[in-house]
Design a protein around this ligand. Structure first.
Ligand code: SF4
Length: 453
């Protein structure tokens, strides 16, 4: 999971892109970058660290131009290094000519990279965004295809998830994989600036009029003539086009103030909470979320049960998202730095503790210990997703199958390991009821049915 932003047609493109990246910082905190085009060349700045530290007002002033594309990274493919951060750029004889930011992951990365290397294409990173860029540039520069046809070629050959922005010196191309796994929508400001972003919260911060999501396998070309969209003809196009959005974007990843896949994240999370409550006989004294992504699931649960909803676990926002830290050792230490329980909400009480998911179970085990230490009489764990049993190949850094606790233990064994008094997961059927078009979603990490392999 990463965040992307693209701005076309504004003198303050770098400023706007920085604001957009701020709004998407939750999608990746390891590195960030921006490529800005001033009509003759493309300037690149990318570093390890947060947007606020990398894009200071002084640095933004150095990035002049009307086209800017940006990226915040959370590593999936490629190690934690600046080489793997995005955007990637390619220089031609006339200097830097192409820049690309992408969110997703490529399933047949090795095969395609070897093929390109066999043609003499050089790779500077192990990142899937570079593969996408080099694939397109190879077909444009060496095979004389138009950029649009090179992207079409990419859609036929590359398997996986990619919500992507490609910038040239004069144009911006927006395109999405045929399954539209990761969110991507675009909008317009009153002065005609075009903005594309992973999440609508990045469009809101720029006072943008939201236009719509980029469709599966669609290519949108933005240039001085306006917006031109190309919806690929399925008869000519050799891949199936169907929405298989990542359901975890609604459960956990996206911000609650975003509208993704045409539904409010806040509302979907509340609905999940209500569905859990509807299927739960428990009569708790208090409902407490593991903040932040579970807040709205717990709110939905508490509203349905008409029970007090309390933010009894206080989260230190400066530690970062636990799941996003790349190494287990860093992850473990973060839990105690990150949560502090308020004993008044727990002492002698029957607590429904709500979390969005269980991956390894190590974090939740420590949280349950904290809540127990704060005096809870009973802790009943309710999970806003089904058991995660399979790894994700579409842009989420889930651990291997062996490391996923639900693969090795029964629900009762997981409860015992975590130390709660009871444990209930949402079922896939219940989760499907929380969204308007359940057939449009991927559930592979729960049921192993991968839309593309
Ligand atoms: S496998 Fe899971 S995390 Fe990956 S895209 Fe599908 S639903 Fe999302």
């Amino acid at each position: 999971m990463c965040g992307i932003i693209g701005i076309f047609g504004n003198e303050k493109a770098a400023n706007m892109a920085t604001l957009g990246l701020f709004a998407e910082q939750h999608r990746g905190q390891e590195s960030c970058g921006m490529a800005v085009n001033n009509g003759t060349t493309i300037k690149l700045r990318k570093k390890m660290g947060l947007v606020k530290d990398i894009f200071t007002p002084e640095k933004i002033m150095e990035l002049e131009g009307k086209i800017a594309i940006g990226h915040v990274r959370y590593p999936t493919r490629g190690s934690s290094s600046v080489y793997n951060s995005q955007p990637h750029i390619v220089e031609t004889l006339s200097g830097p000519s192409y820049a690309l930011s992408s969110n997703g992951d490529i399933v047949n990365y090795r095969e395609l990279r070897s093929w390109l290397e066999g043609k003499g294409v050089y790779f500077a990173s192990g990142n899937d965004g570079e593969l996408i860029l080099k694939f397109i540039v190879y077909h444009v520069e060496r095979e004389n295809l138009s950029i649009q046809n090179a992207i079409l070629e990419l859609m036929k050959s590359v398997k996986g998830a990619y919500s992507t922005i490609l910038a040239t010196k004069t144009e911006m191309y927006l395109f999405r994989d045929p399954y539209a796994f990761r969110p991507m929508s675009y909008g317009k400001t009153k002065d005609g600036t075009i903005v594309v972003a992973s999440e609508s919260c990045a469009l809101d911060i720029l006072y943008m009029e939201w236009i719509r999501e980029v469709k599966p396998a669609e290519i949108i070309i933005v240039n001085d003539d306006g917006i031109n969209n190309i919806e690929n003809d399925p008869n000519k196009f050799r891949v199936t086009k169907t929405n298989k959005h990542c359901i975890f974007e609604h459960i956990y990843f996206s911000r609650p103030d975003s509208v993704i896949f045409e539904e409010s994240v806040y509302e979907v999370r509340e609905k999940i909470g209500a569905i859990i409550a509807e299927n739960d006989d428990l009569d708790p004294d208090v409902v407490v979320p593991v903040p932040d992504s579970s807040n709205f699931i717990a709110l939905g649960y508490a509203k349905y049960k008409r029970k007090p909803y309390e933010l009894g676990l206080i989260r230190n926002h400066y530690v970062g998202r636990t799941f996003i830290k790349p190494e287990q050792t860093i992850r473990d230490e973060s839990v105690y730095q990150k949560f502090n329980p308020l004993p008044n909400f727990f002492k002698g009480k029957i607590v429904t503790l709500i979390d969005d998911s269980i991956v390894r179970g190590t974090t939740l085990r420590k949280i349950v210990k904290l809540v127990r230490r704060a005096g809870a009489k009973e802790i009943h764990l309710r999970i806003g997703s089904p058991a995660v049993k399979n790894p994700c190949y579409y842009g989420i850094d889930t651990p291997t199958r062996e490391e996923l606790i639900a693969n090795n233990k029964s629900v009762e064994e997981i409860r015992e390991y975590i130390g709660s008094d009871s444990l209930k997961y949402l079922t896939i059927e219940q989760l499907e009821r929380a969204v308007r078009k359940p057939e449009n979603f991927c559930y592979a990490c729960f049921n192993g049915r991968y839309p593309v392999k």
